[in-house]
Design a protein around this ligand. Structure first.
Ligand code: NAD
Ligand code: TDX
Length: 329
């Protein structure tokens, strides 16, 4: 495939920055990152990338003028918007939903309108949380046919953004694809999220805190595997289609925290149970058969424990990256 120009929204955040590193290492593409640099974004996450292939524009995806100019510059047939920007943390959406509505809904709408005006290709990055939750003992998993049933202000605004994309494909012929991925872990994840919060607490000698009984199940995928799946969908995904991304990584929060404690040389019961998150989704689980079979994708990080050990090492080696956000969180 000839080199493309990618407009990566939210490219200074956790998954977006990992995607930019991943794509620049594996393709000859050039990248413009459009990121508002909210509390969750960090220019430092893009450090060390070749300047001639990557530039960062600080701006808001809900700003019509900024978005129009950047989308208008995507003139190659395979150029694309890769849309990661979002307010992403469930706990924040419970205390103040307003930025979630603005960024996740109005921001996605603004990008879609620009894509429509300029005929640009768009890949929309979304979450498995749009499907609501599954019972703990139920063997069922989410598929592309599962009905939408979001629980939180975060997941409902992501669900709304997915539906906008689907409508713009059908009504206006926008060339878009959607992916819904399970819980990511890996380097450069904000310390508000479960795994980095526990790792950085333990580095600081603070006991991990599990919401409720710690029985809730998440389906973990290494962020590198999410990046490779998005790249594959950009290359070969069918327009108008949704692909679920997951790596068969189901684990309860208690199992995850016990593994982190063990990997960091602490007793496995050295944690506290605290008040549950309101409306806390019980379990997520992804069936990624469509992505695996249609696009021949497979994850590389098959072993959760070794991916977690590498992630712990990254937080130990990169205190400069997270100290400021830890103090502010
Ligand atoms: P993040 O919070 O780490 O990063 C979000 C980025 O978007 C930040 O750099 C932030 O500055 C930027 N941003 C926020 N509002 C913006 C705006 N109005 N304009 C421009 N930039 C803005 O989030 P993340 O965990 O990297 O998630 C990225 C995407 O992946 C989101 O769309 C999220 O819904 C989706 N997703 C995340 C997970 C996960 O486990 N973290 C799983 C599945 C899907
Ligand atoms: O301190 C904590 N203690 C705890 O028990 C935190 C921060 C979380 N939890 C629990 C809540 C969840 O069951 O851990 C699990 C994971 O929590 P988060 O990291 O907040 O993730 P989650 O709510 O599952 O959502 C994440 O995955 C899907 C991302 O934040 C979303 O952006 C993504 O769409």
């Amino acid at each position: 495939m000839a080199p493309r120009h990618l407009l990566v929204t939210g490219g200074a955040g956790f998954i977006g920055s990992n995607f930019v590193h991943h794509a620049l290492a594996r393709t000859e593409d050039t990248v413009t990152v459009l990121d508002k640099l909210t509390y969750a974004g960090s220019a430092a996450s893009l450090a060390g990338l070749p300047e001639e292939r990557m530039s960062l524009v600080r701006g808001d995806i809900a700003d019509v003028e900024v978005v129009d100019e950047l989308v208008g510059s995507l003139t190659g047939e395979d150029d694309a918007i890769v849309h990661f920007a979002a307010e992403s943390h469930n706990d924040n959406s419970l205390s103040d939903p307003a930025p979630f509505v603005r960024t996740n809904l109005v921001g996605t709408f603004t990008l879609l309108e620009a894509a429509r005006r300029h005929g640009a290709r768009l890949h929309h990055v979304s979450t498995d949380e749009v499907y609501g939750d599954l019972a703990l003992e139920d063997p069922a998993r989410f598929t592309e046919a599962t009905a939408y049933n979001p629980s939180s202000p975060y997941s409902s605004t992501k669900a709304g953004s997915d539906l906008l994309v689907r409508a713009w494909v059908r009504s206006f012929g926008v060339r878009a694809t959607i992916s819904n991925c399970s819980n990511n872990f890996g380097p450069r994840q904000h310390v508000e999220k479960f795994i980095p919060r526990q790792i950085t607490n333990l580095i600081d000698g603070i006991r991990p805190r599990l919401y409720g009984a710690g029985a809730n199940v998440r389906d973990w995928i290494h962020v590198e595997d999410h990046s490779s799946a998005v790249l594959r969908i950009l290359e070969a995904g069918r327009i108008g289609e949704t692909y679920l991304i997951g790596a068969d990584g189901e684990a309860s929060n208690r199992e995850v925290v016990e593994l982190i404690l063990q990997l960091m040389g602490r007793a496995p019961d050295d944690y506290d149970l605290v008040a549950d998150r309101p409306g806390h989704d019980l379990r997520y689980a992804i069936d990624a058969t469509k992505l695996r079979e249609e696009l021949s994708w497979q994850p590389v990080f098959a072993d959760f424990a070794s991916g977690l050990a590498q992630t712990i090492d990254w937080y130990r080696d990169n205190e400069d990256w997270w100290r400021g956000q830890k103090a502010a969180t």
